[in-house]
Design a protein around this ligand. Sequence first.
Ligand code: WQD
Length: 344
Amino acid sequence: MAKILVTGGTGFIGSHTVVELQKKGFEVVIVDNLSNSNIDVLLGIEKITGIRPAFENIDCVDYVSMDRMFEKHNNIEAIIHFAASKAVGESVEKPLHYYRNNLVSLINLLQLMPIHKVKNFVFSSSCTVYGQPDVLPVTENAPIKFAMSPYGNTKQIGEEIIRDTIHANPCYQSIILRYFNPIGAHASAEIGELPNGVPNNLLPFVTQTAIGLRKQLQVYGNDYNTPDGSCIRDYIHVVDLAKAHVIAVQRMLTGQAGCRVETFNLGTGRGLSVLEIIETFEKVNGVKVPYKIVARREGDIEKVWADPTYANNVLGWTATETLEETLRSSWVWEQNLAKRSKAE
Ligand code: WQD
């Protein structure tokens, strides 16, 4: 079966995608510098699938090491590129880290593809490329607006770099996947969201507050133009998201993509506010999440949710997990983490 390179494969979405790739019989090579993940994730993947993926502890920004990696793991047939920094708020504080890490890693991979005869590239993009859309739900044809954060800008620039590269090399093909907000965890609770340090994203902060690791969740603003004043997002189960990546790889390997760039929104089509997430999480799991409304976070947009029709029709992919199941899986994962740290 084809060999797939997954950069950032010990990360949240990456690890779940590795599991789905292995379930479909793909051989997986993970490259990750473990800057926002943990080597134990390999064990979690192996516990689920019985297969420990090949792993290279490399920073994708390091061209020479990546070149050597392609030499070692030859006949890679497709790349799924997750490895990037991904926190909106952090990117406002550290823009140069984001531009260097997210763009140099991408350019390295695109330069190494023709050298190592890899023709298929899946890019991890984000709904942040839309900025604050004028029309909701947002479709792939929506105008790319001013990105409200350096993180969002790296995704916009990254997409442009890919489009120009594929245009110049028409025998290559790329599928750009624009994620909305990935949350949840694998049903086994062997893998899940495991940010290093203080979480930037909402759900890990919610689960760590609920379990007592954090005293209080800070809700960044309730003065937005939304029904309850808090920001609205399209929260999608990470396993639904992972499955879309397998479909994208299969689409390119079977030549259905056609030597060009295709772009898809991966969302549920449902917008939920921060306060609705907290309320539903508490109801589903029977726990309390103490929170305090504080000032808005710089870089946040007010509201965004997907029109996933194009992905539904062209990829034959739809998000199927319910919100309740998704929020339950996040909580079970956090509880499992707590058990593990007690056992250590
Ligand atoms: C969601 C909402 C916050 C934390 C980014 C990327 C996206 C994806 C996920 C990669 C916002 C609010 C958050 C907290 C809060 N990245 N919030 N208190 O910024 O929508 O999306 O991360 O997969 O591509 O753009 O996600 O989870 O940080 O925030 O009130 O402690 O929760 O203000 O409204 P975001 P997020």
